[in-house]
Structures are given as structure tokens and as C-alpha cells.
Design a protein around this ligand. Structure first.
Ligand code: CO
Length: 209
């Protein structure tokens, strides 16, 4: 119980800290949100999106899952994406992987982990598509880290295959997709790719509106 009590005590201190700087802080926050960013990241506890980007409450809409995957049948993520793009009108979607990702590392082993195999299978597909490059890298941390990058870029592309993103572009909205990777050994974010409405979408993935 001591662990959980610590969180509640920290919460009280946080409230006090905010009120001291701005007595109306929480009244303002309760009025609504207008986030500029949608963050899709890994659930890893070492990658807290607001903290590493200096974003305050209200600035970033967040979805996290194991290995930051964009799966078209993931109703939760697709709902987050739709709400963020269509209703909140975010301008930037940041898909962020991180070096040393346990999910990506697990996808490179032949071990069966139970239900999670089905989730990791999506990363195995990315690995298979890029095996010519990956097999030249020594198995272990370096190969995992390259797959982290390739997976992040692949998930960014998956976003462009959704009707949600394509419709926003069709309507002339300013919407950018950024693929980043977080290096927890340095604390730094690295940009891998930026995608805008000029990105070529394969014919079978193109929607007409
Ligand atoms: Co991870």
C-alpha cells in the first residue's frame, strides 16, 4: 500500500504547486482541451510523452500500446485517431518508438509468449519485409534498435492508409505525421521521418471521397 499512498501524496503536492502559480489552473483546465499533438507511443514506463517533450496537460492527446503499433483492427487506437483528427483537429501525429523496446526485441525471438504473439506478429511482418537489411546486423541490441526504427516508420505509413488521415488531407487540413525514436540512454528524441499530404499512398490503400 505504501507505493500507492506515495502517488496520492504526490498528487496533493502537484495540485498545490499548480495553484500557487495560477489559482485558476484547474478551473481553466476543466473548460476543455485543444491539443495540437496526438502521440502514439510504446507503453514502456521509461517513455512518458508529456515529460520528455515538456508538454503541459491539454497539449497532447495520447495513445500507448506495446511497441507503438498502428493496427487497422485496433478499435481503441482507431477511435483515438478519429477523435483526435476529426474532432480535436490535431495538427501533428507523432508516432514514437524507443531503442531497447521489449516488444520489438521479443518479436525477433522464436519464443512463443502466448496471446502477445498475435500482437508481435505485426512487428515480425516488418522484420520480414526488411530482412535483407536486418540479417546483416549482428543479432541482439543493434538489430533490435534498427527494427525499432523500421517499425516506427512502418507504423507512420500505416497511418496514411487510414480513411481518417486521407480524408483530413482531402479536406485540405494541415496534418503532419512524424516518426520519432526515443533514446533512453541519452534522453534524446531523434526524427526518422515526416509525412505530409504529398506522401505517395499505394493504389489499393487509396480512398475516394
Ligand atoms: Co517498447
Amino acid at each position: 500500500m505504501k507505493d500507492v499512498q506515495r502517488l496520492l501524496i504526490e498528487n496533493k503536492a502537484w495540485v498545490q504547486e499548480k495553484i500557487q502559480v495560477n489559482p485558476g489552473y484547474f478551473e481553466d483546465m476543466a473548460k476543455g482541451q485543444q491539443p495540437t499533438f496526438l502521440w502514439i507511443g510504446c507503453s514502456d514506463s521509461r517513455v512518458p510523452p508529456n515529460e520528455i517533450t515538456g508538454c503541459h496537460p491539454g497539449e497532447m492527446f495520447v495513445a500507448r500500446n506495446i511497441a507503438n503499433l498502428v493496427i487497422h483492427t485496433d478499435l481503441s487506437l482507431m477511435s483515438v485517431l478519429e477523435y483526435a483528427v476529426v474532432y480535436l483537429k490535431v495538427k501533428h501525429i507523432i508516432i514514437c518508438g524507443h531503442y531497447g523496446c521489449g516488444g520489438v526485441a521479443a518479436s525477433l525471438t522464436p519464443s512463443s509468449l502466448g496471446s502477445i504473439d498475435k500482437w508481435l506478429r505485426n512487428i515480425k511482418d516488418v522484420a520480414n519485409s526488411n530482412w535483407g537489411e536486418l540479417e546483416k546486423i549482428e543479432a541482439g541490441a543493434k538489430r533490435t534498435d534498427r527494427l525499432v526504427e523500421l517499425n516506427t516508420i512502418s507504423q507512420a505509413k500505416n497511418l496514411t492508409h487510414t480513411a481518417i488521415v486521407q480524408k483530413a488531407w482531402h479536406e485540405g487540413r494541415d496534418l503532419y505525421i512524424h516518426g520519432w525514436v526515443f533514446d533512453m540512454a541519452t534522453g534524446k528524441l531523434k526524427e526518422l521521418t515526416t509525412i505530409d499530404k504529398t506522401f505517395p499512398i499505394p493504389p489499393a490503400h487509396q480512398y475516394k471521397f
